[in-house]
Design a binder for this molecule. Sequence first.
Ligand SMILES: [Fe+2]
Length: 129
Amino acid sequence: MGVDQYHEPPEELPAETRTFARLCASLEEESQAIGWYQQRLAVEPDPEARSIMADAQGEEFKHFAMDLEFLLRRTPRWRQIAEGVLFKDGDIVEHGEAAEAESGDEAGAAAAAAPDDGSLGIGSLKGEG
Ligand SMILES: [Fe+2]
Protein backbone atom coordinates (compact mmCIF):
# COMPACT_ATOMS: atom_id res chain seq x y z
CA MET A 1 0.00 0.00 0.00
CA GLY A 2 2.75 2.48 0.97
CA VAL A 3 1.79 6.03 0.12
CA ASP A 4 -0.77 4.99 -2.49
CA GLN A 5 -3.56 5.59 0.00
CA TYR A 6 -2.81 9.31 0.01
CA HIS A 7 -4.31 11.65 -2.53
CA GLU A 8 -2.11 14.54 -1.40
CA PRO A 9 1.64 14.54 -0.63
CA PRO A 10 1.90 12.59 2.67
CA GLU A 11 4.59 14.91 4.00
CA GLU A 12 2.12 17.78 3.78
CA LEU A 13 -0.59 15.92 5.69
CA PRO A 14 -0.97 16.14 9.46
CA ALA A 15 -0.44 12.86 11.30
CA GLU A 16 -4.12 12.83 12.26
CA THR A 17 -5.11 12.98 8.59
CA ARG A 18 -2.68 10.20 7.66
CA THR A 19 -4.21 8.02 10.36
CA PHE A 20 -7.68 8.87 9.07
CA ALA A 21 -6.63 7.94 5.51
CA ARG A 22 -5.17 4.64 6.73
CA LEU A 23 -8.45 3.74 8.39
CA CYS A 24 -10.38 4.72 5.24
CA ALA A 25 -8.11 2.39 3.26
CA SER A 26 -8.68 -0.34 5.84
CA LEU A 27 -12.45 0.16 5.61
CA GLU A 28 -12.22 -0.34 1.84
CA GLU A 29 -10.15 -3.48 2.26
CA GLU A 30 -12.54 -5.00 4.80
CA SER A 31 -15.49 -4.22 2.54
CA GLN A 32 -13.71 -5.82 -0.40
CA ALA A 33 -12.94 -8.93 1.66
CA ILE A 34 -16.62 -9.18 2.71
CA GLY A 35 -17.62 -9.10 -0.96
CA TRP A 36 -15.02 -11.72 -1.89
CA TYR A 37 -16.23 -14.08 0.85
CA GLN A 38 -19.80 -13.51 -0.27
CA GLN A 39 -18.84 -14.64 -3.77
CA ARG A 40 -16.86 -17.63 -2.51
CA LEU A 41 -19.76 -18.73 -0.32
CA ALA A 42 -22.10 -18.48 -3.29
CA VAL A 43 -20.11 -21.01 -5.31
CA GLU A 44 -18.43 -23.30 -2.73
CA PRO A 45 -20.27 -26.65 -2.32
CA ASP A 46 -18.10 -28.16 0.45
CA PRO A 47 -19.85 -27.56 3.81
CA GLU A 48 -16.62 -27.58 5.83
CA ALA A 49 -15.00 -25.06 3.50
CA ARG A 50 -18.17 -22.94 3.62
CA SER A 51 -18.08 -22.99 7.41
CA ILE A 52 -14.53 -21.69 7.43
CA MET A 53 -15.35 -19.00 4.88
CA ALA A 54 -18.43 -17.91 6.84
CA ASP A 55 -16.31 -17.65 9.98
CA ALA A 56 -13.72 -15.58 8.12
CA GLN A 57 -16.40 -13.31 6.70
CA GLY A 58 -17.62 -12.71 10.25
CA GLU A 59 -14.14 -11.50 11.14
CA GLU A 60 -14.30 -9.05 8.23
CA PHE A 61 -17.70 -7.80 9.42
CA LYS A 62 -16.11 -7.07 12.78
CA HIS A 63 -13.08 -5.36 11.22
CA PHE A 64 -15.32 -3.24 8.99
CA ALA A 65 -17.48 -2.21 11.96
CA MET A 66 -14.45 -1.25 14.06
CA ASP A 67 -12.92 0.80 11.24
CA LEU A 68 -16.23 2.54 10.61
CA GLU A 69 -16.77 3.33 14.29
CA PHE A 70 -13.27 4.85 14.52
CA LEU A 71 -13.91 7.04 11.47
CA LEU A 72 -17.35 8.12 12.71
CA ARG A 73 -15.94 9.07 16.12
CA ARG A 74 -13.38 11.28 14.41
CA THR A 75 -15.84 12.87 11.96
CA PRO A 76 -18.90 14.40 13.67
CA ARG A 77 -20.78 15.28 10.47
CA TRP A 78 -20.24 11.81 9.04
CA ARG A 79 -21.46 10.34 12.32
CA GLN A 80 -24.53 12.55 12.33
CA ILE A 81 -25.46 11.52 8.79
CA ALA A 82 -24.76 7.86 9.56
CA GLU A 83 -27.02 8.06 12.62
CA GLY A 84 -29.78 9.30 10.34
CA VAL A 85 -29.41 6.37 7.96
CA LEU A 86 -28.19 3.30 9.82
CA PHE A 87 -30.39 0.75 11.60
CA LYS A 88 -33.63 2.40 10.49
CA ASP A 89 -36.58 0.89 8.68
CA GLY A 90 -38.07 2.66 5.70
CA ASP A 91 -36.66 4.34 2.63
CA ILE A 92 -32.86 4.45 2.75
CA VAL A 93 -32.56 7.28 0.23
CA GLU A 94 -35.12 9.41 2.05
CA HIS A 95 -33.30 8.88 5.34
CA GLY A 96 -30.01 9.78 3.66
CA GLU A 97 -31.33 12.96 2.09
CA ALA A 98 -32.91 14.05 5.37
CA ALA A 99 -29.81 13.24 7.41
CA GLU A 100 -27.58 15.17 5.00
CA ALA A 101 -29.90 18.18 5.08
CA GLU A 102 -30.05 18.11 8.87
CA SER A 103 -26.27 17.93 9.12
CA GLY A 104 -25.91 21.49 7.93
CA ASP A 105 -24.84 23.36 4.87
CA GLU A 106 -21.55 23.07 3.06
CA ALA A 107 -20.08 26.18 4.69
CA GLY A 108 -20.97 24.88 8.12
CA ALA A 109 -19.41 21.54 7.31
CA ALA A 110 -16.22 23.20 6.05
CA ALA A 111 -15.98 25.25 9.22
CA ALA A 112 -16.49 22.12 11.29
CA ALA A 113 -13.78 20.35 9.28
CA ALA A 114 -11.18 23.09 9.71
CA PRO A 115 -11.51 24.92 13.02
CA ASP A 116 -9.22 27.76 14.01
CA ASP A 117 -7.22 25.59 16.40
CA GLY A 118 -5.46 23.90 13.51
CA SER A 119 -6.97 20.51 14.19
CA LEU A 120 -9.11 18.83 11.60
CA GLY A 121 -12.27 19.21 13.63
CA ILE A 122 -12.18 15.56 14.40
CA GLY A 123 -12.73 14.74 18.00
CA SER A 124 -10.77 12.70 20.44
CA LEU A 125 -11.97 9.23 21.28
CA LYS A 126 -12.09 10.27 24.93
CA GLY A 127 -15.54 10.94 26.24
CA GLU A 128 -17.30 10.19 22.97
CA GLY A 129 -19.38 7.36 21.76
FE1 LIG B 1 -10.12 -7.95 8.00
